[in-house]
Unconditional design. Sequence first.
Length: 471
Amino acid sequence: MRTLTLITIFLFSVAIYGQLPTPPKPASIGSFSTINTNKNYSTPTQKTNDEYSNSPAKKVQKKSSQTSNDAMGYSKPVTPENIETNKYKSPFEANTHKEQSEIDKIMIELDRMESVDKQIILSTPSFSSIYTETKNYYKAYDELLKMTTGEAPIDIGKAVFLVENAYDDNKDSYDEFNSNINEIAKLCLDYMEYKGYDKNSNLAKNMVLFRFLSDTVVWEGKNYFPVTYDFDDYMGYKDWRKMFVSKLLQTGTGQCHSMPLLYKTIVQRMGAEAYISFSPKHTYIQFRERNKFYNLELTNGMIITEDLIFESGFIKTETIRSGIYMDTLSNQQTVAYIMQDLAQGYGLKFGNDGFVLKTLNKSMEYFPNSIHGMKLKANYYTGLFQQYIFEIEKRYKEKPTPQQLKTKYPIVYDTYLQMTKMYDVIDNTGYEPISNEQYEFWLKSISKEKNKQEHLEQEKQLINIIPLRKD
């Protein structure tokens, strides 16, 4: 009993921090001010093992492995073989009197539980009593929730900062981050004035911002260079902070997670509309002009057609109908999506406890068709279920069927039901996992010369219809 609950306490936690060099700061984004944090963009490295030989739902576990591989920046569920061979952040490693006091309380409670009976009594402890840094996540959650419920104005930039700053233990400066975003927005608006564009034109604001982020702009004797794609660990598996907008601002390099969020942040400050959208393993921007939507691909600085998005081969009628791909997110849904980043970062930093599940559940009240949220919830329940089964086998030498779980271990059975339910939900969306190799092939294919020419033609057409200001 004690072993099970203690392992559950630090399930999915990580203690291995790989020291990676800070990405070099290129001569990019012209004279934009940058966030001078001098961070070392490294993150917990979580080793995983695909083996899990004893599962009452073998098919489900196979799906779990595929889904976990595909989850953006999210490690596979911990499997039994990992528990004794990998290092995890453990409450036993506490080195302060306060942390030790909390551990003593846990041990007393475990002794009491163990004396009740042999039946496993399980719960999901909170890391908040062990790691004081979790308070940063709880505070960020409260502020994000106010945005989604309408209690506070929706500020995409503030929402992004809250998530990244929580991971950085509240060491970052919002004033600096905010100033940097505002300066880029002002630069784009000033350029609109210089070009004589209508200052109220949504098209003008989007085209000017897109140009500054995707192409070199020479203006008033200064060169403003575009952001570029960082192919090194672009999913953030080894370096979670590589997913951050603050990292993109500092280095001028990012990927399909940070680039669209940066665009959405700036365009909102400019008073314009644009939308986060998803395709398989990918995020991009859409905006509307004259009842037509245009797709802005920031990873290669191109306006792309829907046909190119479909060429990945993983978009089907069911995925469109279910809304997981190619839909446009409202500002409220965008904040809900950012809340899922909050849950993901918490899981990587501390481990998966009730905060992760609460955050995912709340975010999906406002963004229920989020495939990212679905996969994170599936991973959460799968890891918990695997750990329960492992402990049952280890302690009681049993290999229970689902029916035996129902009668003997009801909490484990409930976790099993939640896990299978999430995979059913995912299956019903039409989702299919896409490998890193397939994704990279698609990403590079859209930069073919033919597609570049189509981009230039579309860009020229849109620029030609930008309304001019009326003096």
